[in-house]
Design a protein around this ligand. Sequence first.
Ligand SMILES: [Zn+2]
Length: 398
Amino acid sequence: MIEFEAATGIERIKSGPVERKRTGILKDPRYAGHCMGPGEPECPERLDVLNALLLEPDLSGCFKDISPRMAEKEELERVHSADYIRRLEATSGRGPVYLDEDTRTSSLSNEAAQLAAGGLCQAIEEVHAGLVDNAFALVRPPGHHAEQAAARGFCLYNNVAIAAHFAQSKLGLTRILVVDWDLHHGNGTQHCFEDDPSVLFFSTHQAFTYPHSGSLREIGKGKGKGYTVNVPLLPGFGDGDYLMIFERLLKPIALAFRPDLVLVSAGFDIHFNDPLGGMKVTPAGFAGLTRVLLDIAEQCCEGKLVMTLEGGYNLEALRDSVREVLSEMVGRRTTDIYGMMASADPKKIAYVLWRVKRMHQKYWQCLALSSTGSAPTVPSRMDRFRGTLSRWIAYFKS
Ligand SMILES: [Zn+2]
């Protein structure tokens, strides 16, 4: 059993009643205008189930509605090439256009994509102005795979990257923390900020799967070294494991970084029933992850947390998970993350923590490894051997 507190010296989250928050929900029927065709997992029904969720008696009236705006050209051009923007604009009013093997547009896709990027900017603006305490942008298409000049993996514009630039250039925020818990690595977001020390990108994702980036060794470039933190995971990680990663790695780094805003690429394809992934996170686990992020935001930036929808392709799992996240954001409950962390697989998680700390301790003093004290942070040679072997087996199977 891993001791929870000794290694990092982090305080426990105080248990007890949580203050109710004003949570904004960004939504709009025009997001349904983007449709990649029948049988596609990234479909308009994903938002239908979430809009229906908001009408349920126990959630109805709990949130402030936020309406999106279109992203301005100048905002898009901070992340994407003018040529790529023209290519997307040219799809307006046209039938299906294939942009890559997974991504195609419909006649209204460009409008939805501009509303997704602009909508996330709008949600941030309302949080920044104090109109709401935190917000969740229920947008599609998702964005974290979109590259500077290419659509990828269901993504057209990189919503989070555009919004982070907006927060810095228009709202004057200095440091942005982007947390990406989607099953898939946020390659587009990473590439946008990998040489930028003002945006810290922290990603957990399934290793050896699409988009086949996000290795532990990708730590940023130039002045941005140390500000990209990748935590690739083998399938099978659940609530306790994810919470240990968030508490033991993300939280100390985030508190040292002291962001002015926490942005989250919230993908629900790490749910145990998602058709695309192999993770085992439950709706309660998503609430726990949200609790850690709220705590970071509370300690660093008056609770300024904005989530945006990325993946998540089992409709019931998506609905149940978002319900738990929103309940946590609005302060209807506080999840006891320490109870959940006790379910982590001690040897498996110790190996993951050790690998990331070994890679990043040079940049983050708070991660310095220690083999002494009541909570040794270096796993045994046998556990390290087992961990390495598991990774090689997973690599050859992929
Ligand atoms: Zn995903």
